[in-house]
Design a protein around this ligand. Structure first.
Ligand SMILES: *Cc1c(COP(=O)(O)O)cnc(C)c1O
Length: 371
């Protein structure tokens, strides 16, 4: 018999305080017929650009679309190679495949789980056109060194900032280093909409204008189409909701960091647990609190039997997915990604998570290792 149930994420507890404001925006949107490319979208785009420390932002339909549109805008396509991490959410390599280019997997650092300039450099060929670093789990990549490698080989950089809204490297926010950058507002992200959403950010007016045309049927003037574009727009209602939620983002990231710190203190030297490591110059906004253990499956089962829900990010690395079987990778070829897939476990963590829940999880983990 188990009384206590702790879910991995409790989005309603995140939204509860803002429900009246969200409803007000919803009603206003209906009254003003503000649904597509309206004022609410423009307000959010400029607020997010400012938050992200970039000149421009274009709201799009999803994080995957933000990546695809970024690659298209850079004219990356057939015959090109794009360097992506071997351990990431599938959207990152899928975007590369969608534009006709080939994803080339770079192994991450085993401590930070992010790709490094050193490993990137090893995978550069004559066909390489761009680097697509992911600030995984909420931690910023070493963007100074990555930008330097890109410069050395004349490569473009597209940051995948879907997991790291608000993280910084050397004091500067992620999503503003690359030539053009993508992010997602999937509900569970640090900044999440009440549905799908994403954005492209850049400091280049040319790239901004190009994305702005691409995502809206290739037109800047209605019914005049300059290129074969997409329909990938962030709904104005979602934009309005995001504007409300953006105001709390910094505070919510801090709450995540406070909880993560307690996990880190409490789980030190427990069994074979490997805790997240924060790299020098990087901040971590803990989109995901990922631990590692060789007893991962047993631990997950034990926690589940005690009412604690955990998630594995990610159980199958992209090169081992059925969708990519045609790339011809063999098991064992990307060992760090495969080790991470075998040993990673993400513990519940969200800004409003009660401290007592966290302490209960810690207690159960300690019990597991005592047995
Ligand atoms: C969530 C996520 C995406 C994709 O975002 P969607 O909005 O779900 O398309 C891309 N990259 C990473 C690293 C993600 O975590």
């Amino acid at each position: 018999m188990q009384a206590k149930q702790i879910s991995y994420l409790d989005l309603y507890s995140e939204h509860r305080k803002n429900v009246p404001k969200l409803i007000k925006m919803f009603v206003q949107g209906i009254e003003q017929n503000d649904f597509i490319l309206g004022e609410n979208l423009e307000l959010f785009e400029s607020a997010y650009a400012k938050f992200n420390e970039t000149k421009f932002c274009v709201g799009v339909a999803s994080g995957l679309d933000a990546l695809v549109l970024s690659l298209r805008t850079l004219k990356i396509g057939r015959g090109d190679e794009v360097l992506v991490p071997s351990n990431t959410f599938i959207a990152t390599p899928f975007a590369v495949t969608h534009v006709g280019a080939t994803p080339v997997f770079v192994e991450p650092n085993i401590d930070t789980y992010n790709i490094t300039s050193q490993e990137i450099e090893k995978k550069i060929t004559k066909k390489t056109r761009a680097i697509l670093p992911v600030h995984l789990y909420g931690q910023a990549c070493e963007m100074d060194k990555i930008m330097a490698v890109a410069k050395k080989y004349s490569l473009k950089v597209i940051e995948d900032n879907a997991q790291s809204h608000g993280a910084t490297f050397k004091g500067k926010r992620t999503g503003g280093f690359g030539d053009i950058n993508a992010t997602s507002f999937y509900p569970g992200k640090n900044l999440g909409a009440l549905g799908d959403g994403g954005a492209v950010t850049t400091n280049s007016r040319n790239l901004y204008e190009s994305v702005n045309i691409f995502h809206n049927y290739g037109s800047s003037k209605k019914y005049f189409n300059e290129v074969v574009g997409y329909n990938s727009r962030l709904d104005s209602l979602q934009a309005a909701f995001l504007s409300i939620k953006l105001k709390d983002l910094v505070k919510k990231n801090t709450q995540r960091q406070v909880l993560a710190k307690i996990y880190m203190q409490e789980l030190q030297n427990i069994g074979d647990i490997v805790l997240p490591k924060i790299a020098e110059h990087s901040t971590h906004v803990f989109h995901i609190f990922c631990i590692r253990t060789n007893k991962r499956d047993q631990l997950q089962k034990y926690l589940q039997s005690n009412g604690i829900q955990t998630i594995i990010h990610y159980p199958v690395p992209p090169h081992m997915q059925k969708a990519y079987s045609y790339l011809g990778y063999k098991k064992g070829e990307l060992q760090i990604a495969e080790t991470l897939a075998r040993t990673s476990l993400s513990l519940p963590l969200y800004p409003t998570m009660p401290r007592e829940n966290l302490l209960y999880i810690v207690k159960k983990i300690k019990d597991f290792y005592k047995k």
